[in-house]
Design a protein around this ligand. Structure first.
Ligand code: FES
Ligand SMILES: [Fe+2]
Length: 336
């Protein structure tokens, strides 16, 4: 008998490269810092006095203190931020978002690397769009290969669309398994209890992007309303889903690897205003509740399923092979 080890990883895939959400913009105030755990690493985000979001590795190059945890008046919060730099709680050294040491309060002679203005702390590429703070992750340290998508409905100053409603789940699986949901029409009937298997959706794979389109028929008291669901992925981490028909809803469905086999799903819903007002309750709330319910249902499968490189498929299954070929471009192993 072959012994099986239940602790062995169920999924042996590397983390994908791309742009990934680490916070919502409103979670990081000016001069605030926050510890982050993503990509199997400890990081710290801070917003400078001039308002720019920065992300650097968490451990101070001086003696290794974590920059994400403040002391004294900042105890329980992040380290303090002065001007454009974060201040290490241990001995007060300061670092800017480019990873340079900008100040050592008690040194008469700066260490040579500091004096030369060298980067002494790893810094991350950051973009702030769609009310989200995103970082670029690449396991081999390659510079950004594309820019994150800008979603007009999610602009803070877009008056036609309401406020964001956000939800978050930590799921014990590799994020490819979650993304694959988008091409799996059959599971909607079995996992989410839809009456029938939805009609075949259209799928397109285009470079770093992926698009899906599904026509929907929504039963209402006034009869069936025709609608659609458009779902698009911009790299492995950013997805935008637009539901049209009964209540126009936009969903930013962002996935970020906490580690290779743990994923944080950050879902932000925005609905079109009616008569200039954000909708509360009614059909709009029901749509959001239904999608959140689907996440709870999906995670029963995701938290436990094993990844098969060669699943046993039938003709009624979705375009998994095409999806995995597209996704595979993001799965680059870390440098040896
Ligand atoms: S460990 Fe950060 S200043 Fe000393
Ligand atoms: Fe699902």
């Amino acid at each position: 008998m072959i012994a099986t080890d239940r602790t062995t990883s169920r999924i042996d895939l590397p983390m994908p490269f791309g742009w990934f959400q680490v916070l919502y913009s409103d979670e990081l105030a000016k001069c605030e810092s926050k510890p982050l755990e993503y990509f199997g690493q400890e990081l710290v985000a801070f917003r400078t006095e001039s308002g720019v979001a920065k992300v650097v590795d968490a451990y101070c190059p001086h003696m290794g203190a974590h920059l994400g945890y403040g002391i004294h008046e900042n105890a329980g919060a992040g380290a303090s931020v002065v001007g454009e730099s974060i201040v290490c709680p241990f001995h007060g050294w300061q670092y800017n978002g480019e990873g340079q040491c900008t100040h050592i309060p008690y040194a008469k002679n700066m260490p040579p690397r500091v004096a030369r203005g060298e980067k002494v702390l790893n810094s991350w590429h950051v973009r702030e769009v769609n009310q989200c703070i995103l970082v670029w992750y690449h396991p081999q340290g390659v510079e950004p290969l594309f820019e994150p998508v800008v979603v007009p409905e999610a602009a803070l100053d877009n008056d036609e669309w309401g406020e964001m409603q956000t939800f978050e789940w930590d799921i014990n699986t590799h994020m490819q398994e979650i993304g694959e949901n988008a091409v799996d029409a059959v599971h909607f009937h079995y996992v989410h209890g839809t009456d029938e298997i939805p009609a075949e959706a259209k799928h397109e794979f285009d470079g770093y992007n992926r698009f899906g389109f599904l026509a929907t028929r929504n039963p209402t008291p006034k009869g069936v309303v025709e609608g659609s669901i458009e779902n698009a992925s911009y790299g492995a981490g950013l997805a935008v889903i637009r539901f049209q028909g009964i209540c126009d809803t936009l969903l930013l469905a962002n996935l970020t690897p906490v580690s290779a086999d743990k994923t944080r799903a950050m879902y932000a819903f925005i609905q079109k205003k009616v008569d200039g007002k954000t909708q509360k309750g009614g059909i709009g709330a029901a749509i959001i509740a239904n999608i959140c319910q689907q996440m709870e249902e999906d995670r029963i499968i995701w938290d436990r399923k094993k990844y098969y490189e060669k699943p046993l498929l039938c003709d009624g299954d979705g375009p998994f092979a095409k999806f995995r070929k597209w996704y595979g471009q993001f799965l680059i192993p870390a440098q040896q």
